[in-house]
Each structure stands twice: as structure tokens, then as C-alpha cells.
Design a protein around this ligand. Structure first.
Ligand code: 13P
Ligand code: ZN
Length: 271
């Protein structure tokens, strides 16, 4: 099977075009990774061209030996659809989970995203928590969520509650709430550790003044979480610009929603 025909390659090509159209993927802003199932990657190994192993400053036994499709650093989102072999690559972690080897893609000498730490460390956490179901990590510069991070206190329970109040389906889609990180230097292991820590409890992690990370079982689910949270953030900003809330869904009504949809809401956000 041609690697370009893998569903994960199609997923990244299509979603990156959509993200660019949304205005969230300016220049090289954002990055995506997908953990590739063994049965899919096994069909393509004949096309591998193994590069040099790259050592990592951390060890991830939970995803050792796994293959990941990862956007390249510096890649413009608007080019990914038309240039998948230059824009994307597949890397394999070694058997101890502390180094990776590129095995396909990055044909013009590229390498994985500068946010690889946040992606891989989050994959390790989410794989365990979801019993292997979560395979997508998506980072994008969602406009309204970034803007919101300038006007709300950077606390998970407050950000979560404000988003939940804007639209009924927010609580249903992300009952565990949104994890929030204060501004940190991008592209470093430290932001990766901090993101992965919050991914233990949340599939959405807001990077203040920067963007958002989402985890999901599919690209639709990860993207759906972000587009819903971003729409709620857009409405919050409009409500604030219009003079602030006069009324909203109450804590009691939010609990009723949770009961009706059989989800367990982040209790700190039901103040
Ligand atoms: P990369 O081009 O290295 O993926 O970085 C983009 C980005 O969004 C950094 O946070
Ligand atoms: Zn970014």
C-alpha cells in the first residue's frame, strides 16, 4: 500500500486545509501527530528510508516502538495538502522510548515539529488513559481561544465554566473541562511535560497567548473539540464586548445537562 493512501495521511492533509481556511494555521502555526496502528504501518514498510536516530531527553516506555505521522517543523499549513511528502514524516520510537528515527517523508530535509515533546508525551498519557483509543494530538492557533486567554483568569475551572455557559453542547463534548497552562516557552521539553500532565485529566489544553492542544480517537473528534471550544470562546468575547452577561446557563442547569447526557462534569467548574 502506498503511504500516501493511508487514512492518517488523508486525515492530516484534509484537516490542515480546513485549519488554514479557519485562519488558525497562519504560516507554520500549529502541528499534528497521529499514532499509526500496526496493521496499517505493516502494509507500507517497503517504502521506508530510515534516517539517523535522534535521542530524546525523556523516556516513554508506554509508546516505545510505535510509529507516528508528524507534521514537519516550519511547514506552512496551506502547503500540506499539496506537498504531503515534504510536509509530513513518519518517525518510529526505539524499543526503550527515548529516541526516534525518521522512516518516511520530510523529503526536502525537514524534521518533526518543534513541539514534538508535547505531542509524544501527550500521546503516551492519552494512550494509557484511553486504553489505546486516543491516537490524535492536534495543536492549532485557534483565534478566539487565544484571545480569551487575555481576558479570563488562567484557571481551568473558570475557563471551563465560561465555555460551558456559552453553548449547551460544550459540557456534553468536554465534561472533563479544559486544562490551562500559563504562557510557557514553546518548543521545549518543559512545556511538553506540563501539557502531558494536564492531558491526564483533559483532552483539551489551552496554551495561554499561544493556542490549544486537543487529543482524540479520530481527527473529527479532536478537531470537533477545538471548533466547539473556539466557537464558545468567540461568543464569550462577543458577550463581553456587548456589555457582559445578563443571564446564563446556571450551575444547576449544567448539572441537569450532565445527568441527561450521562457525563461526569469537572466538579470544580460547577461553583
Ligand atoms: P512548528 O513549525 O515547529 O510545528 O511550530 C509551530 C508552532 O505552532 C509552535 O508552537
Ligand atoms: Zn503553536
Amino acid at each position: 500500500m502506498n503511504i500516501l493512501d493511508l487514512s492518517c495521511v488523508n486525515d492530516i492533509r484534509n484537516i490542515s486545509r480546513l485549519i488554514f481556511k479557519k485562519g488558525w494555521g497562519e504560516a507554520n502555526g500549529g502541528n499534528i501527530s497521529i499514532r499509526i496502528p500496526a496493521d496499517e504501518i505493516n502494509l507500507c514498510k517497503n517504502q521506508f528510508v530510515r534516517g539517523d536516530e535522534v535521542k530524546l531527553p525523556y523516556t516513554m516506555p508506554g509508546i516505545a516502538g510505535e510509529y507516528f505521522l508528524v507534521t514537519g517543523t516550519g511547514v506552512f499549513f496551506r502547503h500540506i495538502y499539496d506537498s504531503p511528502e515534504e510536509s509530513l514524516g513518519i518517525v518510529q520510537l526505539n524499543e526503550t522510548g527515548d529516541a526516534y528515527t525518521p522512516v518516511w517523508g520530510y523529503t526536502t530535509g525537514g524534521r518533526p515539529t518543534s513541539e514534538l515533546s508535547s505531542h509524544l508525551l501527550s500521546h503516551e498519557v492519552r494512550k494509557e488513559i484511553s486504553n489505546g483509543q486516543n491516537r490524535i494530538i492536534l495543536h492549532t492557533h485557534a483565534t478566539n481561544l487565544i484571545a480569551m486567554s487575555f481576558v479570563l483568569p488562567l484557571k481551568a475551572e473558570i475557563v471551563t465554566r465560561e465555555l460551558w455557559e456559552m453553548m449547551s453542547e460544550c459540557l456534553v463534548l468536554f465534561p472533563e473541562g479544559v486544562g490551562v497552562l500559563d504562557w510557557m516557552m514553546p518548543g521545549k521539553s518543559e512545556i511538553g511535560y506540563a501539557t502531558a500532565e494536564l492531558m491526564k485529566a483533559h483532552r483539551l489544553v489551552l496554551w495561554a497567548h499561544h493556542g490549544i492542544f486537543a487529543a482524540g480517537v479520530s481527527m473529527d473528534q479532536a478537531f470537533g473539540l477545538i471548533e466547539t471550544a473556539d466557537k464558545a470562546a468567540e461568543m464569550l468575547l462577543k458577550v463581553m464586548a456587548a456589555g457582559g452577561k445578563q443571564q446564563a446557563i446556571s450551575a444547576e442547569q449544567l448539572q441537569q445537562l450532565a445527568d441527561a447526557f450521562n457525563v461526569v462534569p469537572l466538579k470544580e467548574a460547577l461553583y
